[in-house]
Write a protein that binds this ligand. Sequence first.
Ligand code: UD1
Ligand code: CA
Length: 471
Amino acid sequence: MATPIDVVIMAAGKGTRMKSKLPKVLHRLGGRALLAHVTDCVARLSAHQAVVITGHGAIEVEAACDRMTGAAADLSLKFARQEPQLGTGHAVQQALPLLADEGVTLVLSGDVPLTQAATLKALLEQCDGQRLALLTLSMADPTGYGRIVRAGPEASAQVRAIVEHKDASEAQRAIQEIYSGIMAVPTRLLRGWLSRLDNRNAQNEYYLTDIVKFAVEDGVAVVAHQILDAAQVAGVNSPVQLAELERVYQLRRATDLMEQGVRLADPARFDVRGLLSCGQDVEIDVNCIFEGQVSLGDGVRIGANCVIANASIAAGAVIHPFTHIDGEKLGVSVGEGALIGPFARLRPGAQLGAEVHIGNFVEVKNSTLAKGAKANHLAYLGDATVGERVNYGAGSITANYDGANKHRTVIEADVHIGSNCVLVAPVTIGAGGTVGGGSTITKDTPPGALNVARGKQISLPNWSRPQKKKA
Ligand code: UD1
Ligand code: CA
């Protein structure tokens, strides 16, 4: 039986340098809260529970965790308040009543979003239920970080302590190996060491990092697990750092997709803020944004500057440039071989069958279009059921809202709706019928009929236009 793992996620700090009202760990990276990235990673560790230390913005942070979706939804999340914030050691002290003595505690920070589960697993292996394992990194410019002080100059020399930058001597400041902020420690030992902390240091804080010297005093082995990938332990303290990590994150997502065969015109101009799954031979042009859950079938092509959220696009469909699709909660589905855009807008509940064409400046909301239906220019379809092969003319709209309630428009198969028609719902246009351009249809129409509802055209012959009066 492996040692049970309790995770402590520190998230009580103020994040002053974000200069924001939003608690730092709720700022978004790849469309999700920083803290959600951490809990998603923890969910891959088969941890027994995770305790989030909250302080600044505690109510908001705790509420956001309760709403959390994704991998972390199944994780047992608990909270411990830290008020006031007296340092990282003091933060972990707040979690102690919730931690199981026989286990290992993994300490993470809520503002370090890109750590990989494999890295934490390797650290937990180094800890092995009995050692103090520190995740470390060598940095060209280690300013500001805690330095790993070893017994001698060799890279393998015994770790003796972590010295915070502000407390370090000139010689110690020259050390390039830094503590990442992540450690794994046997919980029983942690409990004892935390009770020995004091705040006699440059910042008058209770430093978690001081437990290293207690481990050394007690003869407990301290291991430094050094990694090379700095992004995995990079924290977010400012909008600049947030934007830097966003690009790292996006480049990683882009690389993963390209490795699966997706062809991106430019991985630097590509953003996924959620989950994007792609079939074979998918091509995505520049400046596209994918949000929520999006799936693209085999051979789908996405033109430049599209924003696509919560939608499923079937094989062979082409989304032309500048199309905006947002399924929100209802979703949007686009059928096989459909052609959408340029400049199309698909809203929640748009369900488009195979080979449907939606052209420029056409808006579709909560409507079903059967195979081969077309609305190519400047039109609105809201709360409509549209049959196969219907042709819906330029400038036509469904008047679906009477000011109080929404009503449905049914357009049966093979109907031809001319240009500039208003279909006042509830109304049904019978199969195979035609609606003459400019008609305002308020009553159901029979199948096969030509329906015209507009002022009759009159012509006055030889009519002379009024003349301008002479002054
Ligand atoms: C800490 C480490 C330092 C390490 C660095 C890596 C200590 C004393 N120092 O320094 O060795 O190199 O991280 O980034 O641990 N927090 C609380 N409550 C507090 C204080 C902090 O929850 O009272 C949280 C913060 O919100 C943050 C995390 O702990 O998520 C780290 O705190 P921070 O102040 O950034 O630590 P550093 O001084 O950077
Ligand atoms: Ca920090």
